[in-house]
Design a protein around this ligand. Structure first.
Ligand SMILES: C[S@@+](CC[C@H](N)C(=O)[O-])C[C@H]1O[C@@H](n2cnc3c(N)ncnc32)[C@H](O)[C@@H]1O
Length: 270
């Protein structure tokens, strides 16, 4: 079995993130960012929320486990002249390169939820955030009827069985599990707040082309297709995903796919 890092580096999340720019911009605008705020963006991808945070005046460090995506993030920041936004490699469950209490705000949008050790993730996020600071997570919700939760559910149904003791990333979308994780990291329950929100995606292509992007570039779907190809079920998987995205597509144009997906926003006051 390949490592968690190699699993994510096989993909190129930028190709999917291109459909998330407007959603990321809108989300970052809701974080209450003020000039000079020190922000850590964990599992940041190529900066869908990190770059807007920097444009709002924050000093941003983006951390991601994938070396390829870190390079893309740094290139995008340079191209935009954002000297207040840097990206580096790191694992959300072991942020050893980062000092205690170094950030005013730790953000993780559909990022740290994928790290395999959720209790370590919660404790590391609390450790690097200053007392009085905040943690904001965006997490997909298990069995939610909207399309991302369904895409992940279908992908895992076609993927090889997970190793023993595996905890599904989707458990970050269950309030009681999130409370348990942050409580163990020393946060009182009353300092953890939840809201169900919606994220907008806009892909410049048909639903079939969007599925193709997931098949070629998004690690969990790539892994599902690898397994499905081995047992002759790749066409079924392709059809299921196309039907899903077509059913949820809200676009009036045949050349654009527009979707929205529900997520759980978690806000922790440290
Ligand atoms: C679904 S993408 C989201 C990226 C970005 N936050 C966004 O909204 O566009 C998940 C990201 O988490 C990263 N990731 C997965 N496991 C990680 C870990 N243990 N530590 C840090 N990043 C991780 C992946 O490399 C990938 O870039």
């Amino acid at each position: 079995m390949i490592s968690h890092k190699a699993f994510w580096e096989k993909g190129d999340f930028s190709r999917i993130a291109d459909s998330m720019r407007e959603g990321g911009e809108a989300l970052a605008a809701s974080f209450g960012i003020t000039k000079g705020l020190k922000v850590l963006d964990l599992g940041c991808g190529d900066g869908t929320t990190a770059l807007p945070e920097a444009r709002l005046g924050a000093d941003v460090l983006g951390v991601d486990i994938s070396n390829n995506i870190v390079e893309t993030g740094n290139r995008r920041a340079r191209r935009l002249g954002l000297t207040n936004c840097k990206f580096q490699e790191g694992d959300a469950s072991n942020l050893h390169a980062l000092k205690d209490r170094a950030f005013d705000l730790t953000v993780s949008i559909f990022g740290a939820m994928f790290a395999p050790n959720p209790f370590d993730v919660a404790s590391e996020m609390v450790r690097v955030t200053r007392p009085g600071g905040r943690i904001i997570m965006g997490n997909w919700i298990p069995n939610d009827p909207t399309w991302v939760a369904q895409l992940l559910k279908i992908s895992s149904a076609y993927s090889p069985p997970p190793p023993e003791g595996f905890i599904s990333p989707m458990m970050w979308g269950v309030e009681s599990r999130v409370r348990e994780r942050f409580s163990r990291a020393g946060v009182p329950e009353e300092d953890i707040a939840f809201a169900k929100e919606s994220y907008a995606f806009r892909f410049p292509g048909t639903p079939a082309q969007f599925v193709d992007a997931f098949r070629r570039y998004y690690a969990p779907t790539m892994s599902a297709f690898d397994a499905a190809e081995k047992n002759g079920r790749a066409d079924n998987l392709q059809r299921e995903l196309e039907a899903l995205i077509t059913a949820h597509n809200q676009s009036a144009s045949k050349d654009v796919t527009e979707l929205s997906a529900a997520f759980l926003r978690v806000t922790v006051t440290v």
